[in-house]
Write a protein that binds this ligand. Structure first.
Ligand SMILES: Nc1nc2c(ncn2[C@@H]2O[C@H](COP(=O)(O)OP(=O)(O)OP(=O)(O)O)[C@@H](O)[C@H]2O)c(=O)[nH]1
Ligand SMILES: [Mg+2]
Length: 345
C-alpha cells in the first residue's frame, strides 16, 4: 500500500537527516510522527519511528546524566542549519558579534572590550523565504587562535572576514588572511567555484577534488562604517591584492545589512524550489534549496532518497525554460523560484 507521505512529513524527514545533534533529531522525529498519515500502509514506518524516538530519548537522557562517563561535546563544531552557513573571521573587537546580533535572533554578547566571545555561536538570518546561518566566532590575533576554531571554518559553506573600518584595517586583513591561508581555507575561485556545499558531487566532480580543495568562498564585511574615517575602505581595497568582494555595513545603524544578506544568498549559489502535489496548490512558504545546477532528479533525491529512482515524470511552473505546467525530464535544470510537481511510478 502506498504511504502517501505529506510534504510536511517529508520536510521533517529532511530536517531529521540534516540534524547535527540528538536533540534536533528528536524534534524532527516528533514532527514526523505527528505528520505521518495514520493508516495500514504506514504501520511499519510508524513503529520504526517510535523505536528510533525511544532510542534517541534514552541517548539524550543518558547524556544529561553523564552516564557512561558523559560524551565529549566539541564546542567548535556548529551543526549546519538552513540554506547555508557563513562563519565570521576577525580580530578582537572588530564587530563580529554586533553583526550577528543585528541580523539574527541569537543572544550573542557585544562589548567594548576584546575577547568577549569565547566560542562559536550560530544565529539564523532571514532572507525573503529562507534562513541563512551566521556563525559568530572568538577573535583571532597574530599570536593566538583557539586551536579548535579551524574546524568551525572548515565546516562552514562560506567565510566572512570582518574588518573594523575604524581600526587598523591593513593589520586586520593581514592577520585574517595569513591565518586562513595557513589552513588553506580561502577558495581559489578560478579552480573550484562549485565545491561549496555539502551536497553530493556533481557530474565530473570527483571525491578527490573535494578532499584536496578545502577552501571556502571568502568575502569581506567592512563594518563600523558609521564611524570610519572617509576613504578607509578604498585604501584597504587598493592595498589588498586579492579580489575579495567587500560589503560595507554598520551594525550600529543597520546600514548595508540588507545588501549583505542579499549578497550572501547570491554567493551561496542556491536555487529555491517549491514542491507541488498533483491537483494541489504548491507550498510557497518553505522552499527546498539546492545547489545551482541541480536537476529534477536531485530534487526528488532530496525529498525522498528511496523514491528518487522511481520518479516517472515532473511538471514545472515559473521556469524560464518551460511553459507553465510543461512536462520536464529528470535532467531539467532547476531555476530559482521554480515550482515542481513530481510524479512517482
Ligand atoms: N559605531 C559602531 N560600533 C560598533 C559597530 N559594531 C560593533 N561596534 C562596537 O564595537 C565593539 C565590539 O563589538 P563586538 O561585536 O563585541 O566585537 P567582536 O568582534 O565580537 O569582539 P570579540 O568578541 O572580542 O572578538 C562594541 O563596543 C560594539 O558596540 C558598528 O557598526 N558601529
Ligand atoms: Mg564577539
Amino acid at each position: 500500500m502506498p504511504a502517501n507521505l505529506t510534504q510536511q512529513y517529508l520536510k521533517a524527514e529532511q530536517r531529521y537527516k540534516a540534524a547535527g545533534t540528538d536533540e534536533e533529531r528528536l524534534d524532527a522525529l516528533e514532527e514526523m510522527l505527528r505528520e505521518i498519515p495514520k493508516h495500514k500502509g504506514t504501520e511499519h514506518l510508524q513503529a520504526d519511528l517510535k523505536k528510533r524516538r525511544s532510542k534517541l530519548k534514552a541517548a539524550i537522557e543518558g547524556g544529561g546524566k553523564k552516564a557512561g562517563g558523559g560524551k565529549h561535546v566539541d564546542v567548535f563544531h556548529v551543526p549546519k542549519s538552513g540554506t547555508g552557513q557563513v562563519a565570521l573571521v576577525g580580530m578582537p573587537n572588530s564587530g563580529k558579534s554586533a553583526i550577528v546580533a543585528a541580523m539574527t535572533n541569537a543572544h550573542v554578547h557585544v562589548a567594548d572590550y576584546p575577547f568577549t566571545t569565547d566560542k562559536p555561536a550560530p544565529g539564523m538570518a532571514k532572507y525573503e523565504d529562507v534562513q541563512i546561518q551566521l556563525v559568530d566566532a572568538p577573535p583571532i590575533t597574530a599570536d593566538f587562535v583557539p586551536p579548535g576554531l579551524v574546524n568551525t571554518y572548515r565546516n562552514a559553506d562560506m567565510l566572512a572576514i570582518v574588518i573594523d573600518l575604524a581600526g587598523a584595517v591593513l593589520e586586520q586583513m593581514e592577520v585574517c588572511t595569513a591565518y586562513l591561508d595557513s589552513h588553506k581555507l580561502i577558495l581559489n575561485e578560478t579552480k573550484t567555484p562549485s565545491l561549496l556545499r555539502g551536497t553530493p558531487p556533481l557530474q565530473g566532480e570527483s571525491c578527490l577534488d573535494r578532499a584536496t580543495h578545502l577552501g571556502r568562498k571568502t568575502f569581506v564585511i567592512a563594518t563600523k562604517a558609521d564611524i570610519a574615517p572617509a576613504g578607509t575602505l578604498d585604501t584597504l581595497k587598493e592595498l589588498t591584492e586579492r579580489p575579495f568582494e567587500y560589503i560595507e555595513v554598520s551594525a550600529e545603524t543597520g546600514a548595508g545589512l540588507d545588501i549583505l544578506i542579499q549578497r550572501i544568498f547570491e554567493m551561496l549559489d542556491v536555487v529555491r524550489v517549491y514542491a507541488k502535489k498533483p491537483g494541489k496548490e504548491p507550498d510557497m512558504t518553505d522552499p527546498f534549496t539546492l545547489k545551482r545546477g541541480s536537476n529534477v532528479h536531485d530534487l526528488a533525491y532530496l525529498i525522498h532518497r528511496e523514491l528518487a529512482d522511481k520518479l516517472k515524470t515532473a511538471k514545472a511552473w515559473n521556469s524560464p525554460n518551460a511553459y507553465d505546467g510543461q512536462n520536464v525530464p529528470r535532467e531539467h535544470i532547476l531555476s530559482d523560484k521554480e515550482i515542481i510537481e513530481l510524479h512517482f511510478g
